[in-house]
Design a protein around this ligand. Structure first.
Ligand code: RB5
Length: 142
């Protein structure tokens, strides 16, 4: 499995934690930064991750900023991206099961490192259910 990940200055610690644990589990990571506390603009990192997901170069993307709103807004401007803002493991599971999200956005300022990891794992362990959900997904584009 291959994953693209990116964050702004609010999310680099959670990003580093996720990268360390996912790599241990054999996941290949494309890390788009940022890598420290210096203030940056979240769209620069969000677009880079989403372009890779859209191009089919990775299985899914993880975006992290303070609230996850800026990253989710950025991601969902991409026609080929369905990004869900995930703040609990259950929401992360449903984001995959019902919305077939190919990117998740995590609000680093409102999560512990362990919570962020558990949310990511819940998304990764979930399976898209298809069926009635596909009809709804087909109606998202405008
Ligand atoms: C950065 O201070 C903050 O605005 C950003 O991380 C994010 O929450 C934006 O949506």
């Amino acid at each position: 499995m291959k994953v693209a990940i990116g964050c702004d200055h609010a999310g680099y610690e959670l990003k580093d934690h996720l990268i360390a644990v996912l790599k241990e589990g054999g996941v290949e990571i494309n890390d788009h930064g940022t890598n420290g506390p210096d203030s940056v603009d979240y769209p620069d990192f969000g677009h880079a991750v989403c372009s890779e997901v859209e191009a089919g170069e990775v299985d899914f993307g993880i975006l992290i900023c303070g609230t996850a709103n800026g990253m989710a807004m950025t991601a969902n401007k991409h026609a080929g991206i369905r990004c869900g803002l995930c703040w609990t493991p259950e929401i992360a599971s449903l984001t995959k099961q019902h919305n077939n999200a190919n990117v998740i956005a995590l609000p680093a300022r409102f999560l512990s490192l362990d919570e962020g990891l558990n949310i990511t794992k819940a998304y990764m362990e979930a399976t898209y259910e298809g069926g009635r959900h596909q009809k709804r997904i087909d109606k998202i584009a405008c």
